[in-house]
Design a protein. Structure first.
Length: 166
């Protein structure tokens, strides 16, 4: 699934009717400014698709990439989302992340209020974003229900947080 389509898909999953007004591409990160139809709030996003994909059995068969999205509503705090094309996270409230050559650390995640099983929110996004600022590579390991843990690799170098208002 192309990254641009996945960005729109994640936004729709969260039940926000949107109108894309500005799209900028820089390397692998995709930057968008979205205006919510209901509130007219401007939302800025930076989205990155994983380098690798995983294959899961039925009913999630096929190629599955992961996404990281940094999302900021104008005047609000930033959020970090972690999502997969298909599949069900079975992580409890923790996933493992590894920036560059550092240690793999457990971090807390929250599930969305609509109970979507293919999307997680990073609990303390400020700390995560600060680590992304200088990182070149990121690995995220997550457990999928009834299946093994899978690791997704991201080339996070080149992130321009000014395009998200940070």
């Amino acid at each position: 699934m192309p990254v641009k389509f996945k960005v729109v898909f994640i936004v729709l999953i969260m039940a926000i009717a949107v109108q894309v007004s500005v799209v900028e591409g820089a390397g692998r990160w995709i930057y968008e400014k979205i205006r919510e139809d209901v509130s007219q709030n401007e939302v800025s996003t930076a989205t990155l698709q994983s380098k690798n994909s995983i294959k899961l059995p039925f009913p999630y068969a096929g190629v599955n990439h992961a996404l990281i999205m940094i999302r900021k509503v104008k005047g609000g705090d930033a959020e970090v989302l972690f999502a997969v094309d298909k599949g069900k996270f079975y992580t409890g409230d923790k996933i493992r992340v590894k920036f560059d050559g550092g240690n793999a650390d457990w971090i807390t995640v929250d599930k969305p209020s609509d109970r979507s099983s293919d999307l997680l929110f990073i609990y303390n996004p400020k700390i995560f974003i600060n680590q992304l600022r200088t990182a070149k590579e990121l690995k995220i390991a997550a457990q999928f229900s009834q299946y093994d843990e899978h690791v997704f690799d991201f080339d996070v170098d080149g992130l321009d947080l000014t395009k998200v208002g940070l």
